[in-house]
Design a protein around this ligand. Structure first.
Ligand SMILES: [Cu+2]
Length: 297
């Protein structure tokens, strides 16, 4: 039978883990770097709170999954440590303990519980993905074009565009501060449909606080649908290693009110350098099916 002392010892990891869980993010992140200090629910960036109509769904899936996994972890570690302590070799014990072959109820448990968990994770993921990926009719169209190593933005509905230039390291010729990276302008509370195209290789369009990224392929159009719901400037970057200056492939997303958005579109329209749309003729590979607008997926 298990002694009282062994029971107390076995409870240590359980108490420790639940303590960590209950103390919340504020304490855990104290003293960490800026990124972690900014952490919100589930250690996701706090800027994601209310950033788009999808961030809550994504946060719930993430935090819910971690909560379940912490529960499984605490139970598994607790049982392991209990077994290690309760069944340790005692003084004067020199023989091998009783050797057991298998235990049907335990085998069934170890099969059924993981199966239920995998099905559960799959179901919640599929449900969240379906809602995040659902096309929204009547969205404003923006074409995001990735290129080594920056971004071009075609504001399709306003027939204007902006061309991005790769950011440089400080001190290098052509250095432009991070404030000068290309900026994608979006209007708050207006659903947007982003069509992704690449001029050369595979990139990935990632707006960090929007908790979403999607690969950009040459010769194919990928689609993103969301509604920005918070004013502000958000950091974006390429999330697919795409060559030497991949790390400098940065951009900003500026979510503004209607008046500011309309004024910016008017600015772009009045400037011959930014009026009209950039064509796919700038694509490096001209023999791909996706470069023919009629075959865009
Ligand atoms: Cu890239």
């Amino acid at each position: 039978m298990l002694s009282k002392r062994a029971m107390r010892l076995a409870s240590v990891p359980i108490v420790l883990s639940s303590g960590l869980l209950l103390s919340g993010c504020a304490d855990i992140t104290a003293g960490f770097n800026q990124t972690v200090k900014d952490a919100g629910p589930g250690l996701l960036p706090s800027g994601s709170i209310g950033a788009t109509n999808h961030t809550q769904t994504i946060t719930d899936l993430w935090v819910g999954s971690w909560a379940v996994l912490w529960g499984v972890g605490v139970i598994a570690w607790g049982l392991m440590i209990w077994a290690i302590i309760a069944y340790r070799r005692r003084k004067g014990e020199n023989s091998i303990p009783a050797q057991l072959r298998y235990n049907n109820p335990i085998e069934a448990l170890f099969t059924i519980v993981p199966l239920i968990m995998v099905i559960g994770f799959f179901a919640f993921t599929a449900k969240s993905m379906a809602s995040v990926e659902a096309p929204v009719e009547g969205s404003r169209n923006v074409q995001v074009i990735a290129k080594q190593w920056s971004w071009d933005f075609n504001y399709t509905d306003s027939k204007v565009h902006e061309v991005g230039i790769q950011s440089q390291y400080a001190g290098e010729p052509g250095y432009n501060s991070l404030n000068d990276v290309p900026t994608l302008w979006l209007e708050k509370d207006v659903p947007v449909h982003i069509k992704e195209n690449s001029r050369d290789v595979v990139h990935s369009f990632w707006i960090v606080d929007f908790l979403y990224k999607k690969d950009v392929f040459p010769g194919q159009t990928n689609n993103i649908y969301f509604t920005p719901t918070k004013l502000g400037v958000f950091k974006g970057k390429c999330a697919e290693l795409c060559g030497e200056y991949h790390s400098m492939m940065l951009f900003n997303v500026r979510v503004v009110d209607k008046a500011t958005y309309d004024a910016h579109m008017a600015d772009l329209a009045s400037n011959p350098a930014t009026s009209g749309l950039l064509s796919n003729n700038l694509q490096r590979n001209q023999n791909l099916p996706g470069d023919n607008p009629n075959s865009e997926g």
